[in-house]
Structures are given as C-alpha cells and as structure tokens.
Ligand binder design. Structure first.
Ligand SMILES: [Zn+2]
Length: 100
C-alpha cells in the first residue's frame, strides 16, 4: 500500500509551459530562443535569463542584450511581433450607413 500516494498529477491544468531547469521559473519565448541560440538547438532544457547568465559566467544584462541583438537581426526563433500592440494604420473609417 501507499504506492498510489506517490502518483504525481500529470496535468497541471495549463499548456506545457517550459520551465527553467535551475529555478523552475516559467520561461518566455525569448528565453527559450536565447538558450537554443547560446547552448545549442538540439537541447530540450532551457534556462531563464538569470540562470543562463550564471551558467555562461556573464551578467543577465549580457543575455538581455543578446536577445535584443538576435531580435534585431530578425532571427526566426524570436517573436518579432510584440503582442498587445495595436496597428497604427487603422485610420480607415468607412461610412457604413451611408446607403440607408
Ligand atoms: Zn532560472
């Protein structure tokens, strides 16, 4: 007895958000991308900015600058479109009730 007590919940109710291997912080897409970029594309474990910086022996600022750098280069691994940003070209106001 007691075997079933060790069973861990498989589903946590959310989508599979990758976590930092060191501190288990939920990772953003940028952090996953920069880990792939700096450590290797084939890896399946990712680190947050802080832990990645510590592992590489640099400051987190360096990692953040690298993220900006790759994003500026248009690297496909990084999301280039910030979400929540409204497009500024929505100036087309057409009169809908003109015919009525
Ligand atoms: Zn971490």
């Amino acid at each position: 007895m007691g075997v079933f007590g060790l069973k861990k919940p498989v589903c946590t109710g959310t989508l599979s958000v990758p976590l930092c291997m060191d501190c288990a912080a939920p990772l953003r897409r940028d952090e996953i991308a920069i880990t792939k970029r700096l450590i290797g594309r084939g890896i399946r474990q990712y680190y947050c900015v802080n832990c990645l910086a510590r592992r590489l022996g640099v400051t987190p600022t360096v990692i953040r600058m690298k993220i900006q750098e790759y994003r500026a280069m248009g690297c496909a691994l990084f999301c280039t479109q910030p979400d929540g940003e409204g497009d500024d070209s929505s100036g087309t106001v057409e009169p809908s009730a003109a015919d009525l």
